[in-house]
Design a protein around this ligand. Structure first.
Ligand code: FMN
Length: 189
């Protein structure tokens, strides 16, 4: 059975991001995936202190000096076959909770551990205002994922104007992703 980690962030448990997440997860489960959901807003994640001379001790030992929920989430991602990243769009970017987590993840993984390299990912950005900024948000995500050697299998923009047809379609997207996780994306970049 494929293990898929779904890491998502919004403070709203019934918002656009949560409903997109739920639909995608329902498709993953239908396809038989073992799903671990991580709601970043419920976790304690401090921001990177850029310790030492700025490069941090993580450069040498691959671990962050801050004692919070970071290490446990990192391990869950490392054990997953695929990772789905879902964020509400704030200022055309990922949420603050995601930024704090992502910065530390990239330092540990891209520079030292390489535990996430080659993971096949899906990006989903949920913008509930004007709808602008989903592309910039996912571009930021993809830049970081690329630093860590991950590969993006799809990029899905959810806005309140397309939610009526995109959110229901996410169940099918989740199912297809789980079914084709091993073979569906063979491109390296
Ligand atoms: C600080 C802040 C910045 C936001 N920036 C954007 C934005 O750039 N584009 C957009 O369409 N909506 C923006 N929004 C609206 C959120 O994307 C909207 O609240 C969205 O529904 C969040 O997902 P949720 O329903 O899961 O909370 C912003 C909201 C906040 C609080």
């Amino acid at each position: 059975m494929k293990k898929v980690a779904v890491i998502w962030s919004s403070p709203n448990k019934d918002g656009l991001t949560a409903s997109a997440k739920s639909q995608f997860v329902s498709g993953l489960k239908e396809a038989g995936a073992e799903v671990t959901e991580i709601q970043l807003n419920k976790k304690k994640i401090d921001h990177c202190r850029a310790c030492g001379d700025g490069w941090g001790t993580c450069r040498l030992n691959g671990a962050c000096v801050i004692q919070d929920d970071f290490a446990e989430i990192y391990q869950t991602l490392a054990e997953a076959d695929g990772i789905v990243w879902i964020s509400a769009v704030y200022w055309s970017d990922m949420t603050e909770a995601f930024k704090a987590f992502f910065d530390r993840l990239r330092r540990c993984d891209a520079i030292k551990n390489h535990l996430l390299a080659d993971k096949r990912c899906v990006l989903i950005a949920c913008a509930g205002g004007t709808g602008r900024g989903t592309l910039e948000c996912m571009t930021q995500f993809e830049r970081g994922l690329t630093h860590m050697g991950m590969r993006v299998y799809d990029r899905i923009s959810v806005v309140r104007y397309n939610a009526g047809y995109i959110v229901p379609a996410l169940a099918n997207a989740g199912r297809t992703y789980a079914e084709t996780l091993e073979t569906g994306f063979d491109m390296y970049y």
